[in-house]
Design a binder for this molecule. Structure first.
Ligand code: 13P
Ligand code: SF4
Length: 346
């Protein structure tokens, strides 16, 4: 493929969302990435939050964290470049230990993953012995290794219900736990590790105080104001938003579920309460629909991934994700349990 062909291809998809002057430069970079992919026998996985030019040019597979974990487990390529954040690249390494997994930006973290340590989970398990631990994939390998099963935003309810257990520890996203508690009709407590007096409370979902630094910022007031200005707007919220925001929205689902919802709904106008880049990607794919975004709220981690550092990742084999084998094996159990639940449609 020549730069001209790549440019025309990107222009056809992105003419409404990326200025022409930038598209030609992005086309050159995208072509370089695609050539390097072939030379190095690599696959690029692109999360829905990637910038439009990257998302629509070099990602061999696009999707939410669950779909990309599955692709990481299935690939026969030697190298996986994960255009997402560290916990996602780690999950790929956990599932495909013989592959080289690269994260284009060394520091691309996540406020949820940073909110809990393996020691925190061990203390909770000591305090609530025998209670199964469900861990959101937005955690690091050491935390997954202490867990019975993982979940993502697309299967959290199914995973909790699959356990057939009255009480479940659900970590570390407080808002997602509250949303799951609401969906499953469970009581929720968020214990503090220091207080030792409430192990006998009548609870069914034990949460943690982690939050997504992006989704926690959306408010019901934002929703009310947007509805005042655009009475026909359909509002979609990621389940990392507060239960109040989810309750005031028309739909809540994982990043891929939101993409499908817009594709399959007839309404002319949508507001997405999630990272702004996804709105641009949906706008590009649905030119007949108007997509409103609140772009002052951005994920500083996802935004570190660019076409430039994706090219450099392949060029210089950086930044290599490693997970110690003893931790990887235990974390893999929890991730594979989750994948098996979804595969069986539970
Ligand atoms: P998804 O599982 O919906 O892709 O979400 C991951 C994430 O980090 C959202 O902020
Ligand atoms: Fe983490 Fe939130 Fe960024 Fe997703 S949007 S990667 S949950 S900080």
């Amino acid at each position: 493929m020549s730069v001209d062909v790549m440019y025309r291809d990107l222009k056809a998809k992105l003419h409404d969302v990326v200025p022409d002057v930038e598209l030609r430069y992005k086309a050159e970079l995208a072509l370089e990435v695609n050539q390097l992919k072939q030379e190095k026998n690599a696959v690029v996985l692109g999360h829905s939050y990637m910038e439009p030019a990257l998302y629509h040019s070099v990602a061999d597979y696009k999707g939410d964290s669950l779909e990309l974990s599955r692709k990481a487990a299935e690939t026969d390529k030697d190298i996986i470049v994960f255009c997402g954040v560290r916990f996602m690249a780690e999950t790929a390494k956990i599932l495909s230990p013989s592959k080289t997994v690269l994260l284009p930006a060394k520091e691309a973290g996540c406020s949820l993953a940073a909110s809990i340590t393996a020691e925190d989970v061990r203390q909770l398990k000591a305090r609530f012995p025998g209670v199964p631990v469900v861990t959101y994939v937005n955690t690091y390998a050491e935390v997954k290794a202490e867990s019975d099963i993982c979940c993502t935003s697309s299967n959290a309810r199914a995973v909790v219900e699959s356990l057939h257990d009255d009480t479940v520890i659900f970590l570390p996203d407080e808002y997602m736990a509250r949303n799951v508690a609401k969906e499953t009709g469970r009581h929720i407590i968020i214990p503090t590790l220091s207080s030792q007096n409430s192990t006998e409370v009548d609870c069914q979902l034990i949460g943690w105080h982690g939050r997504c630094e992006v989704h926690e910022k959306f408010t019901v007031q934002d929703i009310n104001r947007v509805r005042q200005q655009f009475p026909d707007v359909v509002i979609l919220a990621h389940p990392e938003c507060s239960p109040e925001v989810v309750g005031a929205s028309d739909y809540s689902g994982s990043t891929s579920a939101m993409i499908r919802y817009v594709e399959q709904t007839e309404a002319p106008r949508y507001l997405l309460l999630t990272e702004c880049a996804m709105g641009e990607n949906i706008a590009a794919a649905n030119p007949d629909k108007e997509i409103l975004q609140i772009c002052s709220v951005r994920c500083p981690h996802m935004n570190q991934i660019t076409l430039e550092n994706t090219r450099d990742a392949l060029l210089y084999t950086q930044y290599v994700i490693e997970v110690p084998e003893e931790i990887r094996m235990r974390a893999a159990q929890a991730v594979k349990h989750m994948i098996a639940i979804n595969a069986s449609g539970a």
